[in-house]
Design a protein around this ligand. Structure first.
Ligand SMILES: Cc1cc2nc3c(=O)[nH]c(=O)nc-3n(C[C@H](O)[C@H](O)[C@H](O)COP(=O)(O)O)c2cc1C
Length: 194
């Protein structure tokens, strides 16, 4: 059991890698990518085949038009496949149970899974944003396993205490939590107590 907790300030200044899978909720990835772009933080993308289908199905193709550097999921020669590439952090959002299982079991059989495997072995910040309901025991065990390996599990579970009045406001409550753990300052939702 590893259970590594990275210290604040331990993140490099390299690009942030966003992995998009075929879970519902492509809007979370689009919004995160837009905020990072607004903050001029270099951001790169890997999209699974199912992820691309869901992006289209959910009318979230805007993420494909942001001009982000995208690595083909089949390209195991791309920088994210190697620990020598200096990525700051990786966020898999939304994260399907299929990808979660593969990362938990180290299959490394496409660039997205391999990149996550590299982040774990290099002790870099890896955030998974799972989206499924209900969870079965396999999902829960895989999440526990990844948590023990040092990955951060941030479920796509919006909060309501900021009194959201729109879908974007709900989405932002999840994106804000991701940004907190990427150590990126934001004002998407007011901090509790302010
Ligand atoms: C519209 C749609 C929504 C889906 N939503 C989810 C979901 O929320 N969570 C999940 O684990 N799988 C979901 N799936 C199933 C995944 O897309 C499927 O398991 C796929 O193989 C995942 O592949 P990937 O992990 O390589 O992206 C959904 C599929 C479709 C077509």
């Amino acid at each position: 059991m590893n259970n590594i907790s990275l210290k604040a300030g331990a993140l490099s200044q390299g690009p942030i890698l966003i992995g998009v899978t075929g879970a519902t909720g492509a809007i979370y990835a689009r919004r995160l990518a837009q905020v990072l772009l607004e903050k001029q933080i270099a951001t790169e993308l890997i999209i699974s085949e199912a992820g691309r289908q869901v992006i289209i199905y959910e009318n979230e193709t805007e993420i494909l038009k942001l001009g982000l550097r995208e690595h083909k999921i089949s390209n195991l020669f791309a920088p994210p496949a190697s620990g020598s590439a200096n990525f700051r952090a990786m966020v898999i959002v939304p994260c399907s149970m299929g990808t979660l299982a593969k990362v938990a079991h180290g299959t490394a059989d496409n660039l997205l899974i391999r990149a996550a495997d590299v982040f774990l072995k290099e002790n870099r910040r890896l955030i998974l944003v799972p989206r499924e309901t209900p969870y079965n025991g396999i999902h829960l065990q895989n999440m526990l396993k990844l948590s023990h390996e040092g990955a951060l599990i941030i479920p796509a579970s919006p909060g309501f205490y900021h009194h959201p009045t729109s879908i974007l406001s709900l989405v932002d409550s999840v994106v804000a939590k991701i940004l907190d753990h990427l150590e990126v300052e934001h004002n998407l939702i007011p901090p509790w107590g302010e």
